[in-house]
Design a protein around this ligand. Sequence first.
Ligand code: COA
Length: 172
Amino acid sequence: MSIRDAQVGTAPRSANVITIRPPHEGDLAALTAIVNENARAGHLLPRSEASIRASLPDWLIAEIDGVLVGCGSLLLMGPQLVEVRSLAVLPAYRSYGIGAKIVMALVEEARRRGYATVFALTRAVAFFLKLGFALTNKERFPEKVWRDCAICPLQTRCDETAVVIELDRVTR
Ligand SMILES: CC(C)(COP(=O)(O)OP(=O)(O)OC[C@H]1O[C@@H](n2cnc3c(N)ncnc32)[C@H](O)[C@@H]1OP(=O)(O)O)[C@@H](O)C(=O)NCCC(=O)NCCS
């Protein structure tokens, strides 16, 4: 499946327009809040405002009527390899295709930056498969395993699945 074939849901609440854009300094508080609400729910790793600020060019946010409703980021893991992380959509805005739009925009950004491979470690496996990602083995990403898994309390009880998309195989 190509990125073009990926399913995107309908826009929420009739005419409201979803904007996917890089965040700026003024978005930091809302961005930190959405990440850490999802971290408390066990979906994401927590992030401090300072660490988000330091990586701001690697984030995208979704905005509707001036409200930050979703986010995601790219994290460089190797010369050709980036991870999609800190992906979240506010609960009231889920299932409208916003998460898909964020991931597709991050994948396009990864392509624009010249990376070959985008991966995620996730429990939302069906979500990523619909976007053209494929199942893979997380041991394929030793950078991730050493950097994050090594300090994760779950370690061998990890319930996340690795998914990957090879950008040179994606038809634009
Ligand atoms: C995962 C998430 C970002 C998806 O955002 P979204 O805007 O709802 O996504 P879309 O509308 O584009 O797609 C929704 C579809 O993705 C799939 N999906 C979403 N979450 C899923 C999950 N946890 N497991 C399996 N499939 C999932 C479903 O098919 C869903 O369709 P449905 O609503 O008809 O059941 C959102 O559910 C979220 O913020 N979850 C909490 C944080 C999280 O788990 N982040 C992922 C970490 S990698």
